[in-house]
Design a protein around this ligand. Structure first.
Ligand code: DX5
Ligand code: ZN
Length: 227
């Protein structure tokens, strides 16, 4: 079991009036990546962050920007997000007509490519494109909003995808997004996740940002001591 779980706090739950300070704070608190939820009011019923905000945040941290595009079509805006500072760009398979071409465009543009699976998306969607992927993002809520409850049926999908990644022999991050808290994080890690997105649990949790991030990793550290 991996002992270096990556934590990618979602700034969707941060103070939007003070995003630069929030990004600096989660960086100092031990975040490994910064998860940026981009919503277009069309693919999902919410409207959030565009490339201009991503560019404005870039000087506030050296941690990779993990940009989750919930927009359709995605293709016309991919390069703008990469130019703004996206290190990982993840797209939903139904956000455009030619998924393979979209993933190639992300890599040609200079970023790492991710594919996002909604709770209703079959894990086999990764099969034809796994050679193009640097990251697979399993949604454990339906996309659009922070603060929703973890959908436990996605744990089996995480296991299936962990096996597919292992069989591919490729170095692909397996990230889970939605309803991740100190309890569900351990279920995700046990199922094979190697990265966790958390909005509410980091920004609205009971402790400091540092304590909240540590709580998401806690069991993985204990497990690594046993192993
Ligand atoms: C939902 C977003 C998530 C969300 C997670 O569409 O993709 O990243 O911010 O928020 P929590 O951790 O509160 O479920
Ligand atoms: Zn997200």
């Amino acid at each position: 079991m991996p002992n270096n779980i990556l934590i990618s706090p979602s700034i969707l739950s941060a103070d939007f009036a003070d995003l630069g300070a929030e990004v600096r704070a989660i960086d100092a608190a031990g975040a490994d990546m910064i998860h940026i939820d981009v919503m277009d009011g069309h693919y999902v019923p919410n409207l959030t962050i565009g490339p201009m905000v991503v560019k404005a945040l870039k000087p506030h941290t050296e941690k990779p920007f993990d940009v989750h595009l919930m927009i359709a079509p995605a293709d016309p805006l991919i390069q703008a997000f990469i130019d703004a500072g996206a290190d990982y760009v993840s797209v939903h398979p139904d956000a455009g007509p030619h998924l393979h071409r979209t993933l190639q465009a992300i890599k040609a543009g200079g970023a790492k490519a991710g594919l996002v699976l909604n709770p209703g998306t079959h894990p086999d969607v990764v099969d034809p494109v796994i050679d193009e992927l640097d990251l697979i993002l399993v949604m454990s809520v339906n996309p659009g909003f922070g603060g929703q409850s973890f959908i436990s049926s996605q744990l089996d999908k995480i296991k299936i995808l962990a096996d597919k990644i292992k069989a591919s022999g490729r170095d692909i991050i397996l990230e889970v997004d939605g309803g991740v808290n100190p309890v569900t994080s351990q279920q995700c890690i046990a199922a094979g996740a190697t990265a966790l997105v958390a909005g509410s649990a980091v920004f609205k949790g009971t402790g400091s940002y540092s304590e909240n991030i540590a709580a998401l990793r806690h069991q993985s550290m204990a497990t690594s001591k046993v192993a």
